[in-house]
Design a protein around this ligand. Structure first.
Ligand SMILES: [Zn+2]
Length: 302
């Protein structure tokens, strides 16, 4: 298991992010004035979506959107610019509010990338209004990709929290699935946790597995990543081989149930309704399917 994952629901963006244009005010204003420009309105992680056709994001002209913070998301291969505006969602017939959890896996590649980028920036701006150096209010800059403190000139960049998620396999091709404390009784997934300061990704994988279920691992290998702006993570997917004693000692504060599954046992448990596996939005589902060798039965649409 070494080839990286091919399809990840939230890692499919297709636009050129044109980072070199973000501080070019004349270029940004000209793009905003261009009637071909498309705008995604974003409000608390939700946008307007046509559910019947696709689904697909409802993109508006710059003249049709509410006032609000503007984020330059990128440019497509035809030279059309895409922005997000943070503001109240207009009422438009045939369109519904939806967020990443509902449509992130169902949108096409470009729309999935637009929504993921916009949701991440909106959350960051909403929760980082003050300068961490002096405490004064900061201002949006660089077309939404920087916050600038007018008092001391310091710049803040959008924050992303790395988290590792790992498929742990034993020497008999069984994988470890567990239930987190807040999850429904039948929900199972692979282990995951945030990277701590001063540790590598591989060290984080080994530490989390040891803390959560008391196992040692070896042969830790990277398999792919996707942004997870719910609210601000980057999920880094790994494979790890259980090493030595296979007895599971779950930490009761983090894990309510943990067990080893063969492919047959997992298929049977899902088909019997005893287990609900992660949906296609998550990198967890793609890691499990890589091991399983195809789609799991009863896969939910998102
Ligand atoms: Zn400051």
């Amino acid at each position: 298991m070494s080839e990286t994952l091919q399809w990840l629901a939230l890692a499919r963006g297709t636009l050129d992010r044109v980072a070199e244009r973000r501080k070019d005010d004349a270029w940004v204003e000209a793009a905003w004035a261009d009637p071909r420009t498309r705008v995604l309105v974003i409000e608390r992680g939700q946008s307007l979506v046509h559910l019947e056709s696709g689904p697909a994001l409802l993109l508006l002209s710059p003249t049709d959107v509410p006032d609000g913070d503007r984020y330059l998301l990128g440019v497509d291969e035809d030279g059309i610019a895409y922005f997000a505006v943070a503001g109240p969602l207009p009422v438009i017939e045939g369109a519904e509010k939806a967020g990443i959890r509902r449509v992130g896996a169902l949108l096409d590649d470009q729309d999935s990338g637009l929504l993921t980028h916009a949701v991440a920036l909106e959350h960051w701006h909403t929760t980082n209004r003050f300068c961490p150096r002096c405490g004064g209010p900061s201002e949006l800059a660089a077309a939404g990709h920087v916050r600038l403190c007018p008092a001391d000139g310091s710049e803040q960049f959008p924050r992303v929290d790395p988290a590792v998620i790992m498929l742990v396999e034993d020497d008999d091709e069984r994988i470890l699935l567990a239930r987190g404390p807040q999850w429904p009784e039948d929900r199972r997934s692979i282990l995951a946790g945030f990277v701590e300061p001063g540790e590598s990704l591989e060290q984080a994988v080994a530490r989390e597995v040891r803390e959560e279920v008391g196992l040692s691992v070896r042969d830790v290998r990277y398999l792919g990543s996707q942004p997870w702006p719910l609210p601000q993570s980057l999920m880094l997917g790994f494979f790890a081989r259980a090493d030595g004693d296979l007895e599971l000692r779950p930490d009761p504060e983090e894990i309510l149930d943990a067990a080893w599954y063969t492919r047959e046992e997992l298929r049977t448990a899902i088909e019997a309704g005893r287990i609900v596996a992660p949906g296609p939005l998550s990198i967890a589902s793609q890691l499990i399917m890589r091991w399983y060798g195809g789609e799991l039965p009863n896969m939910p649409p998102f």
